[in-house]
Design a protein around this ligand. Sequence first.
Ligand code: MGD
Ligand code: MGD
Ligand code: SF4
Ligand code: MO
Length: 695
Amino acid sequence: MEEVKKIKTACRSCHGGCGVIAHVKDGRVIKVEGDPESPISHGSMCTKGLAITQLAYHPDRIIHPMKKVNGKWKRITWDEALDTISEKFEEVIKEHGAESIVVGQGTGRDYESHLYRFANLLGTPNVLTAGHMCYVSRVGATLITCGNLPVCDYDTGPECIVMWACNPQWTNPDEYKGEGFWRAYKKGSKLIVIDPRKGFLAKKADLWLQLRPGTDAALAFGFFNVIIDEGLYDKEFVKNYINGWEEFKERVREYPLERVEEITWVKKELIAQAAQIYATTKPACINWGVPTEQTLNCTDCTRLLTGLMAATGNLDLPGGNVFFVAPPLRTVSQFSRHKDLPTEQRDKRLGGDQYKLASRVALITPKAAWDAILTGNPYPLKAGLLCGTNPVATRANAREAYEALEKLEFLAVIDFFLTPTAELADIFLPAGTWLEQNHVADNWKRHGYAIARQKAAEIGEAWQDHKIFMELGKKMGQEWWNTVEDALDYLLEPSGLTWEEFKKKGYLKGDQVYRKYEHKGFSTPTGKVELYSTILEKWGRDPLPRYTEIPESPVSTPELLKKYPYILNAGLRTPTFFHSANRMIPWLREIRPDPIVEIHPDTAKTHDITEGDWVYIESPRGRIKQRARLNTGVDPRVVVAEHGWWYPEIKDPGHGWDISNINLLTDNSYESTDPVMGATSLRVLLCNISPCEDQ
Ligand SMILES: Nc1nc2c(c(=O)[nH]1)N[C@H]1C(S)=C(S)[C@@H](COP(=O)(O)OP(=O)(O)OC[C@H]3O[C@@H](n4cnc5c(=O)[nH]c(N)nc54)[C@H](O)[C@@H]3O)O[C@H]1N2
Ligand SMILES: Nc1nc2c(c(=O)[nH]1)N[C@H]1C(S)=C(S)[C@@H](COP(=O)(O)OP(=O)(O)OC[C@H]3O[C@@H](n4cnc5c(=O)[nH]c(N)nc54)[C@H](O)[C@@H]3O)O[C@H]1N2
Ligand code: SF4
Ligand SMILES: [Mo]
């Protein structure tokens, strides 16, 4: 019997980053605990991270490659699996061109450097991610507005925090951790929460603005009204560093506070008070969350919030919204060799002519992919490789996603489990969890850190995703390194460290410098914060942001209200699940056994719905069921539902993907998407509710 070894590593059961000490005995991880020395998490961990041992050693986890033969899964070797994929891809390239292969992933998972390198060297411009409506859309919109993504500088201590559509205590998204926010808040910072639902933070807040879902861009105009009328903006900054302030002011006049109140449902006095506090408390930061991106206002809303940070003089100064300096590593973009994708291939990117911002950040939208598969327009997609994504549960108009993936001639999926999406594949490749990886983690984030994620165990024949892309790439004649660690040496080279040295160090932090614009301006065409965007103008778009009414709403489609009288706010996260993941993990499922739809008690009463009832939720596109929870913290005109539900315990290949999956109700029509990014209206649509006849 071996002694227990303690290995320092980094979690990635969400967007990741918390420091972990893994306890390993006889080659098996027996428990994990928070690492008090982590600069990100200081010893804290959440339920999902702590449950990793139940995920990694789950009896249903697939830990060897498989191929589907006559509708049944059969175990095969890695060699056979990779040969099958590469032969099929070669065949498609020969007959249709590399663009007929779609390579896809879901949310950020630390392997985009490798996935993109594989796609670029393959020659396909068609990389499908969640980025059109999550995070990358924010990065894209800030790149064209102020040259980089501004992030709250929690460690330096903002005096005022505006929590704008974010719930970091539960979600720890991207570069943020609830723990970092909490430390700043506990020092006495003011808190303004902008959220249609009264959650933990809304209860703590100095001010809570309960807006109508999807109207954030209009609310931002409300803030600007007050800030301009009362002269609360930073005059020097505006004069020197904002492009198009005068034109922008004209646009703001189109949104007087009375109109903003009508659109957003937030009382104008409350908007004024919030704007005054934000603009006059220094330093202040806005912590934005993903709901601001998940409507057709995605790009404009991000641009408006960036504008608020800039106009109030809170950009890139301690305690404000800052551009963190990354440690000296090769960037994801350099590693991915984006420049090596030939121009003629780039020009073939699906939807690239329409969604120019999405194309600029090198991704396609799911709708463009499904259309190419289902209609062959503008050319057919024939084969796909999906890694760490479950579009059948997580993309708008899930039925279309299902039909498209079912129709794809050849599909390979890389995952831990046979999800409803993986069941549609021809080849299944078993990925290693974060316990089974060596990686320079968090290098895609913009918080100024890179963290060592060290392998604590090997399980079955699973390979970490990075190795899968490397080995498949090599089979196809691409230039890669011998081992995963050799590639990490290359990533780390500018820092002067090897992987072996870096992992002993644990992490690297960039040397932070503030107010960089004073020396080099902003990385935009005018060198200023472009509230008037010269890039959008060049694309023939409105150079100024605006609020566009949600296409399916009480205002846009009043006739639909008779049948679908409520706004469905679809996508409430829970601390236990990560989108469609973790439903099979006993510790986590026990906490939340069923999908929950939150309904105001008055609304529930009109439908004879009581706490715990199974409820049908219906939109013009379909019907599913979830269990009612009565909540006075949601508006009686709004219902709030969870997303990502399927039932691993249902053993047929569909695994109940269409029972409680909210994305059977969401829309992905072109009219409902952001015109340059392609973001879909995942969060805001109309619905009706009724009690299920069988409970
Ligand atoms: N209605 C509605 N829909 C939404 C949202 C919403 O708010 N409302 N949110 C959207 C957002 S923001 C996003 S980002 C998307 C997310 O969409 P996805 O990324 O597609 O969703 P997940 O369920 O997280 O990912 C699915 C799979 O990744 C696997 N996985 C986890 N880690 C790894 C790994 O390291 N390697 C590999 N190979 N596989 C792994 C899991 O087992 C799981 O099956 O969902 C979106 N869908
Ligand atoms: N446990 C867990 N953690 C996760 C995920 C998960 O599925 N589970 N998903 C991960 C992913 S990929 C992402 S993108 C992040 C997202 O994490 P966040 O950015 O925190 O986003 P959400 O939790 O979706 O929503 C945040 C808050 O916005 C509110 N909200 C909903 N609609 C609107 C709206 O229209 N306007 C405004 N102002 N507020 C609104 C919600 O009520 C919620 O309180 O979380 C990540 N972390
Ligand atoms: S917050 Fe994310 S990184 Fe931290 S322990 Fe939880 S799942 Fe892991
Ligand atoms: Mo996301």
